[in-house]
Write a protein of this length. Structure first.
Length: 382
């Protein structure tokens, strides 16, 4: 295949629909909390955006993507300002240069510079958390390509493995995105691929993205200033619980998402689907002695805990595989699936909580509590 033909094929893969300069603004919501705000402008050869992101600390970001004549990404530039007053550099700068199937990232902090090389495919774009101007660029390209399925890659600064991106058409005005393990994100779009709104509820992101018009309800400068001293912190902080029951040392390591005004079970956590039982990495359970949990023998060792919530009954899954991310459940490693008792709590629990309570000299109860639900299962030392 000739070099010219190759270049024409790449151009066809990456070229977005031709449209005049376009601007937009997004609000990213996590329950009742505003997680990020963004504004952007897209011209024929450039995408420029500005963000304020509040987790784990509040930062102000300015990003620019430059495109070649065929629509291919040439360079990504990012300047990040620490506006929260938290420890750390006040400013960091990074660039990502795209050429052929490679991307070279250069990150500068003070007097030090770090260079990272990565392989990316044709049509690759940079990835930046909560930057929906970049997600809209993917949507525009998917619309221009036509068909029911579009694939590409995105690369986050500092990473060497690009995210595999899949866009699936769900109707005349809707697309579903999977950005690596992020998603599904269900988006409403117009005929040009403009993002009108995005929902990640029930997936791994759990966000709602609302679009507002330029000059509309989003006072970017005022909101950014007000958010500077009001960081959200780690959204689902790690925690652990330890207990000793009849001489057996027990521990659970997990992450604790918050309700943030949302309906959790049947919404954020769908019914009748395997749930990671927390957030982030898979929840880890360790016991130093053999146990009987729900009447089933669980040998001493390390496991992951998963659950299947249902309206009237929950299932606890004890799985032998450990060390994985919380979306990487594999049923072939299941040790047991056990019925849990479900009851309503008298008062709502804001942050997901796991507890181990002793009951008598040889017995205990594992309890999971969130929102207005408690799921529990008894155990004893064997």
């Amino acid at each position: 295949m000739s070099p010219r033909l190759c270049s024409l094929i790449v151009a066809a893969l990456v070229a977005p629909a031709v449209l005049p300069a376009q601007s937009g603004e997004f609000i990213v919501l996590l329950g009742r909390d505003t997680l990020a705000i963004e504004k952007y402008t897209r011209t024929a050869d450039r995408l420029q955006g500005e963000q304020v992101v509040r987790s784990p600390r509040t930062v102000h970001r300015i990003y620019t993507v430059s495109f070649g004549p065929g629509g291919e990404t040439k360079q990504f530039e990012l300047v990040t300002h620490n506006v929260s007053g938290a420890p750390g550099p006040l400013e960091t700068r990074a660039t990502m240069a795209f050429a052929g199937d490679s991307a070279v990232t250069t990150v500068s902090r003070g007097d030090s510079t770090r260079t990272i090389r990565a392989k990316v495919g044709p049509g690759a774009l940079p990835y930046l958390g909560q930057a929906f101007g970049l997600v809209e660029e993917v949507a525009r390209r998917a619309r221009a390509a036509g068909g029911d399925r579009y694939t590409t890659t995105m690369l986050a600064l500092g990473d060497t493995d690009p995210l595999a991106v899949t866009v699936t058409r769900r109707g005349a005005d809707s697309l579903t995105f999977m950005l690596g393990g992020i998603g599904p994100l269900r988006a409403r779009v117009d005929e040009r691929g403009t993002l009108l709104g995005v929902s990640g509820i029930g997936g791994t992101a759990q966000i709602i993205v609302e679009r507002v018009g330029v000059g509309g309800d989003l006072d970017f400068a005022a909101l950014g200033k007000s958010f500077a001293s009001r960081s959200l912190g780690t959204l689902s902080p790690p925690d652990s619980v330890r207990a000793n029951v009849a001489g057996a040392a027990l521990s659970v390591r997990y992450s604790r998402p918050s309700a943030r005004g949302r309906v959790i079970f049947g919404n954020v956590v769908p019914w009748n689907q395997v749930w990671r039982t927390g957030a982030n990495e898979a929840t880890v359970f360790e016991t130093s002695a053999d146990l009987l949990i729900g009447g089933t023998t669980v040998p001493a060792g390390k496991y992951t805990l998963w659950t299947i919530p249902a309206r009237d009954a929950w299932t606890l899954i004890i799985n032998r595989n450990t060390g994985q991310w919380g979306t990487d459940y594999n049923a072939q490693y299941d040790l047991a699936r056990l019925d849990m008792k479900v009851e309503a709590l008298p008062r709502p629990v804001e942050r997901f909580t796991i507890a181990i309570d002793s009951e008598g000299s040889r017995h205990g109860v594992l309890k999971l509590e969130w929102e207005q639900t408690r799921a529990s299962i008894p155990f004893s030392r064997k």
